[in-house]
Write a protein that binds this ligand. Structure first.
Ligand code: BGC
Length: 759
């Protein structure tokens, strides 16, 4: 099908293309054979509702494979696996004739309280960006599009449709936008979804800086910007800012506003042409790609992939030798989540799964011993004291009779959802009490956690083994059994820190803000950057995850390659008895940096699968641009030169080897002005030596005895460092010691000459 050029459309037709026809469809233009296309949620499965379906309900969406939500998938740190999951998602999207799958979500987990953290990948922008790009590339390889969301700084649900995320430029660029930049540059998502919130007071849906200057001019985005559902505040300024497609439908109201604005001259028609042209491009891509995924859906193959992905998502937090379980062990499986899994979070991402495993059934299937089940606690809203005691007693009896108790704890579904945040990071008290009772009856206890956002683990020292099993999608039950019995050797690692207390978390005092403003007061110090800078104890650190085998690291080296990237190599050996996979992490820092930096920042990661005794050299590439900080004076990225520390690590707090590498900095000289400090002027390659010479001349002419009134050791030049050059004349200084002073003209001349020399 040939999609017409925008020039063939009337103004009214063009305007009509820039908002949806219904909840999930764009508008057709029948006169010139432009079809409507369907877009739908996302992200970890296809939520295709049938015509007339309600927005959030899942009852009527077509069955689709529910893969692990981002919280699980991200913990795999596995680019290849995530690409394969993306391909499967793309295939299902294509089979159902949907043009765009609305995901992935890659917002930074700023606070563990964010109700939607289960839909996001990490507290770190490199992890979010690299894994986000893998999902996008995988999905789009099947001829369908993605929607990278929620752009940007949408890190809480509270007041999400109005709240302003008030973020300083450096954290905005280095933490909150960096992952988006990576995905745009590496994967070119067909669409980017702008978020509901405001950023520094401006709605994302009408921010020309965000949607045009940064996204398109700086990063080279070529696709279409779609609004989050209902995110449009004022349509006409939004269109001019670069917000191309309003979703869902405005029933024609905002289309008419656009037409009126063109007619009264307040909006240039070329703006409408650009947005409508981008919608036509999207329709063109969709029609070109249609049919890439042929049906029917291979339910079994995708379920198997969902199980593999879930197995890679489970983090072994602790293991004092209890795991893996012997197949013939007598087990007490305790906890409602074992029989009624929590496998995804509430809200627009809820998938109607093709099937659903339970851990209880799958443990029973793999076990050759006795498996007893006790509910242990109830997730119901109202539970009587008698019922609580009876459930606990049943669990204690089962645990006493077993070799090992496997206790499934977690957050009831109502505690974490799109649309609102959590109040705390605690597991329900009844579950903690149950665990204590079980531990007293049988210390051989394994805890399996089901939660979308991190929870405090006050029992971590008392329980011999803990599996963080997140929300794992429809095949999570099987994957949990695989890991418990060792059919799968766990290899996932935390992409977010598990704190000891909510009070320790970086955003504690600034979350969720007040009066529709949230100040990102922790600045750059998000996640592990905060705990490391403040030297705080954590429950389990970022990057942590154990295996049933062990790994040693040797011969780490780092060198700058011809293209300026830093290549890090390390030999990793499987020193245990089982085959396993290790996720190697590289963190950098720059001692003596001129800007504030976290003690260590993740810059690269890679995974390696090793047989027992096997060694492989792992190569990790730190992109030069990822070493850059955002310079707020020049409004640009700057790679600072110096000797960088490179930590090769198994987690952010398990550094196995430290090397260093000399990096040449960017050629970068700040323009001088009258407010430049003496320090800045002295560092300037042209003005510096001139001023230096003038100071030397002045000092030579001074009565040296005058200097003696200063206490010994006081550094006069340091005292003058912050003095603005424009005010130097009033001090009578730099005039050559004759009292004539430095005239404003002399200073302006110096500034002009210095700046001209750098052009
Ligand atoms: C969510 C988006 C979602 C959209 C469509 C919004 O409420 O924030 O993530 O894609 O609805 O369901």
């Amino acid at each position: 099908m040939s999609i017409p050029d925008v020039t063939e459309l009337t103004l009214e037709e063009k305007a009509s293309l820039t908002s949806g026809a219904s909840f999930w469809y764009t508008k057709p233009v029948e006169r010139v054979s432009v079809p409507a296309i369907m877009v739908t949620d996302g992200p970890h499965g296809l939520r295709k509702q049938r015509e007339g379906g309600d927005h959030l309900g899942i009852g009527d969406s077509v069955p689709a494979t529910c893969f692990p939500p981002a919280v699980g998938l991200g913990s795999s740190w596995d680019v290849d696996l995530i690409h394969r999951v993306g391909e499967a998602l793309g295939t299902e999207t294509s089979i159902e004739n949907v043009a765009v799958l609305l995901g992935p979500g890659i917002n930074i987990k700023r606070s563990p309280l964010c109700g939607r953290n289960f839909e996001y990948l990490s507290e770190d922008p490199i992890v979010s960006g690299v894994l986000g790009a893998a999902i996008v590339n995988g999905i789009q390889s099947k001829g369908v599009g993605t929607s990278l969301k929620h752009f940007a700084a949408n890190n809480q649900e509270d007041d999400r449709m109005r709240s302003s995320s008030d973020v300083d430029p450096r954290p905005l660029r280095e933490i909150y936008l960096r992952g988006f930049q990576r995905v745009v540059e590496d994967a070119q998502p067909w669409t980017v979804m702008c978020s509901y919130n405001r950023i520094n007071g401006v709605y994302a849906s009408e921010d020309p800086w965000l949607l045009t200057q940064v996204l398109r001019d700086e990063w080279g985005f070529e696709g279409l910007v779609v609004s989050d559902w209902g995110a449009v505040n004022e349509r006409v300024p939004g269109l001019a800012a670069g917000m191309d497609l309003e979703m869902p439908s405005s029933n024609g109201v905002t289309d008419a506003q656009i037409v009126a604005a063109v007619q009264d001259g307040s909006l240039d028609e070329s703006v409408v042409d650009v947005a409508a042209g981008r919608v036509l491009d999207l329709v063109r891509k969709a029609t070109d790609g249609a049919g890439a995924g042929a049906g029917p859906l291979d339910v079994d193959a995708h379920h198997a992939l969902a199980r593999e992905a879930a197995g890679r998502s489970i983090v072994l937090l602790k293991n004092a030798g209890v795991l893996p379980l012997a197949k013939d062990a007598k087990l007490a499986v305790i906890g409602e989540f074992a029989a009624k899994p929590r496998y995804q979070g509430a809200g627009s991402s809820m998938i109607n799964p093709t099937r659903l495993d339970t851990a209880l059934d799958e443990i029973s299937a793999l076990s050759t011993g006795d498996v007893a089940y006790a509910q242990g606690f109830s997730n119901a809203l109202e539970v009587s004291a008698e019922e609580t005691v009876a459930l606990r007693d049943g669990a204690v009896a089962a645990a006493s009779a077993a070799d090992v108790a496997v206790v499934f704890l977690g957050l009831p579904a109502r505690l974490e959802s799109e649309g609102y945040d959590r109040d705390d990071i605690d597991l329900p008290a009844a579950q903690l009490e149950l665990l204590d009772a079980v531990l007293a009856a049988n210390p051989n206890t394994v805890v399996v956690l089901s939660n979308g956002g991190v929870v405090a683990l006050p029992f971590a020292d008392r329980v011999p083994a803990i599996l963080e099993a997140w929300l794992l999608g429809q095949a999570g039950g099987g994957a949990t059994a695989d890991v418990l019995f060792g059919a799968v050797n766990p290899s996932a690692k935390l992409t977010e820190t598990i704190p000891v207390r909510l009070e320790d978390t970086p955003a504690f005092l600034d979350f969720p803000g007040e009066f529709s403003h949230t100040r990102y007061g922790e600045g750059l110090f998000v996640g592990y950057r905060w705990y490391d800078a403040r030297r705080l104890e954590v429950g389990f650190p970022f990057g942590h995850g154990l295996s049933y085998t062990s790994f040693s690291y040797a011969d780490a080296a780092a060198a700058v390659a011809a293209d300026g990237d830093v290549e890090v190599t390390v030999a990793v050996t499987n020193t245990g008895e089982r085959a396993g996979r290790e996720v190697v992490q590289v963190y950098t820092s720059l001692p003596g940096s001129s800007v504030q930096r976290a003690p260590r920042e993740l810059k690269a990661f890679a995974s390696v699968a090793l047989e027992p005794g096997e060694t492989q050299v792992v190569t990790l590439t730190v992109r030069r641009k990822d070493l850059a900080y955002w310079d707020i004076r020049a409004d640009r990225w700057v790679v600072e030169g110096g000797e960088y520390t490179v930590d090769v690590a198994a987690s952010s707090r398990d550094i196995r080897s430290t090397v260093s590498v000399a990096v040449t900095g960017d050629e970068f000289t700040l323009p001088l002005s009258r407010t430049s400090s003496m320090g800045e002027v002295l560092h300037h390659p042209v003005a510096g030596p001139i001023v230096q010479a003038a100071i030397a001349q002045m000092m030579g002419g001074l009565d040296q005895s005058a200097a003696s009134i200063m206490p010994e050791g006081v550094d006069m030049s340091k005292m003058m460092e912050s003095f603005p050059i424009g005010r130097i004349g009033m001090m009578g200084a730099l005039g050559g010691g004759d009292g004539a002073g430095t005239s404003p003209e002399m200073i302006d001349g110096l500034i002009a000459m210095a700046n001209a020399s750098q052009q």
